[in-house]
Design a protein around this ligand. Sequence first.
Ligand code: ATP
Length: 501
Amino acid sequence: MPVANGPIIFSEIKLLVQSRCPIIYLTSHEEERVVSSLTVMAKELTKQVYSWSITTGLQELNLEEDDISDLQALNDPIDVLNHIDRCNENSIFILKDFHFFMDDLLIIRKLRDLFQNLKTSNKTIIVLSPVLKLPLELNKEITVLDIPLPSTEEFLKLINEIKTHLSAKTMELDEKDSLLLARASHGLTLVEAENVFSKTIVNETKLSRNGIPYILNEKKQIVRKSGILEFYPASNRIQDLGGFTSLKRWLEERGQALTSAAAKKFGLPEPKGILLLGPPGTGKSLTAKVVSHYWQLPLLKLDFGKIFSGLVGSSEENMREALKTAEGLAPCVLWIDEIEKGIAGGKSGNSDGGTASRVFGSLLTWMQEKKSTVFVIATANDITRLPPELLRKGRFDEIFFLDLPREKEKEEIFHIHLIKKGRDPKRFNLPELAKTAENFTGAEIEQVIMDALFTAFNKKKDLTHEDILGAIKSSVPLAATYGKELNELREWATTRARKAS
Ligand code: ATP
């Protein structure tokens, strides 16, 4: 396993240690990578470094001889804290597994005492854990840092290291391909990347740019394992979205800042995100899928129901993990469906107000401060539940209002869905269909074509114009019952949002 001492985060930790910060809490799934970087750092600071886990007890790590020397057993967490308190060395103590003890009264008290004692010493405790479990009592004492996943340089280093062990036959990577592979690996840990590369060599007999689909597959697994985000295949083309010329123009213009080096050099900022407002069925979700395909970025869907479900972890931890996964997979599109549900605490509103507003607040802060290329597409259809801070400048590049489609747009939508069903739109009087489908949404137009197909099939004839007219006349659009809310939404959007059409 290569030593990863590149990322800025380790300079930050070094500064904290130098300024005698007594207890630091690092979250990372990559124990080996972090420990090896901390060992390098300790050496630079001429400090001893020890590592503790429930199985190994306390061990001294000595990078020079590449070995580990066992101290006395000290498997008990309280014993190791007492030992740290007693010894008077210039040392760093890396404590693994401590998240399991963070609800133990004795441990909490001992850590609080140690915080005071260590302030004037040259000893630093570093808690290293895949999850953040911090009792309220230690909130002020412990500095928390998230270790980001490996950078391109770290993956390149790994690839070069593998290169030195393999023959030219099994490794067909020039500098450009190595960089491609390293960039594609963003979002994986070093161990995961190493496994993917091995899998590629076993299946393809060599590692070349053919490793990229394997990497993508691994990323899908990661998103699936996270249990909170969902990976969507980007299969909807921009031609599948009827109407919304203004929104499409915006996407075309802003997309250049993501893909064109000239646009970046010119000083165009990367797009941050959009909020799509509109009644149900007007194509908000479809737009998210279209953007992902149009910009060729993976699409991740964040579900507030899962964040607050309590099935996986705590709501706060779920949100942190979701955002960390999205950042790890950047560049990507993060689709937050029905963002207003986040304020209520998920679909069932089963989270208490305090937790919901903390979780939502952390999302807002992240949106404001994020540096990675995660383009956020949030959708909403209930403006009464949107907090003003969500709409504040800086969170989204633009708020778009997706209204019911106008005549020409409805014609386009009929055209799209007839083609999808393998029918020639020229056989249908589209202006008449569009006019008859008064106040229909895109989803409702798709539905009447389905209904008409059933009718035609039952008659054992092909689909006719009359079948569709009949289906339109026998359905009642949602707008008929949603009129009051729709008018309120329109009025609200007049001054606050840009029309998508
Ligand atoms: P909700 O608020 O209920 O989630 P939505 O606004 O996200 O609704 P979609 O789920 O995107 O609406 O729409 C459902 C389906 O309706 C789409 O998958 C698509 O087939 C069709 N549809 C909606 N709008 C359009 C459109 N403008 N062009 C083409 N198809 C559309």
